[in-house]
Design a protein around this ligand. Structure first.
Ligand SMILES: [Zn+2]
Length: 239
């Protein structure tokens, strides 16, 4: 079975800002990209959608965010998109969600799973997502849970909103220059969080500048930063 890229986020907007470039890059190369959004982010990350509304219109806010996520995912070339609707701020722990994620891992055989970092004191939903992804990974590699168990995927944390606060130390810089236009378009598919557009453009330029130093490249690059959780297995150090 060919390998895929799986993205698991706490809220619908998270994937566009933090790993939209990686998603577009791999989809463009023919790698299946699967996306799971554990919640619509309706409580904590949809502030603009609540203006002029009250709590009885919660479903309308959720549907708005769902439509935005679907539009962004289409731009990025996502193969499958799954909404768990767990609720947010706070997101509950869910053994059922862990089971569902592990089943998706078995079905899609990801080489890499992109998700939130382990630590994020300003957003415990992100930490909970990281924890649930690791538990799902354990289940997916355990033959006792079914014969379709898989080789455990690498887990890579994407960059959080407040990098230093989360103790995030990237060890991978991904050059997303060739797909920056798609990431920018995906971000703009989420007008509810338009306050983040310029911020994440700056982040991409910052990481691109750092990637350019390593690659001795000229011209503006756009980049995304990742931190791998497990060691990378190599058979040579010089390629
Ligand atoms: Zn979030």
């Amino acid at each position: 079975m060919s390998q895929s890229l799986l993205v698991v986020t706490a809220h619908v907007g998270d994937f566009a800002w933090r790993c939209g470039g990686a998603m577009a890059l791999h989809a463009q190369r023919g790698v299946p990209v699967h996306l799971i959004c554990l919640s619509y982010g309706e409580n904590g990350e949809s502030n603009a959608a609540w203006q002029g509304h009250d709590a009885v219109e919660r479903e309308a806010v959720k549907q708005l965010r769902r439509a935005e996520a679907e539009a962004a995912a289409t731009v990025l070339g996502v193969s499958s998109l799954d909404f768990y609707d767990l609720g947010d701020y706070p997101m509950p722990d869910s053994a059922e969600a862990v089971q569902r994620i592990s089943q998706t891992m078995r079905r899609t055989n990801p080489a890499v799973v992109l998700t939130h970092p382990e630590h994020d004191p300003s957003n415990l939903d992100h930490c909970r997502t990281f924890d649930m992804v690791l538990r799902a990974r354990m289940q997916s590699m355990a033959p006792g849970h079914g014969r379709d168990h898989i080789v455990p995927p690498q887990i890579m944390s994407f960059e959080p909103h407040q990098t230093e606060l989360c103790g995030f130390k990237p060890n991978i810089l991904l050059d997303i220059t060739s797909v920056w236009d798609k990431k920018w378009q995906a971000m703009q598919s989420m007008p509810t969080q338009r306050n983040l557009w310029a911020y994440y453009e700056r982040v991409a330029m910052q990481r691109g500048a750092q990637a350019g130093r390593r690659a001795k490249s000229t011209g503006q690059l756009y980049g995304e930063a990742y931190q791998s959780i497990f060691p990378t297995v190599m058979s040579t150090l010089v390629v």
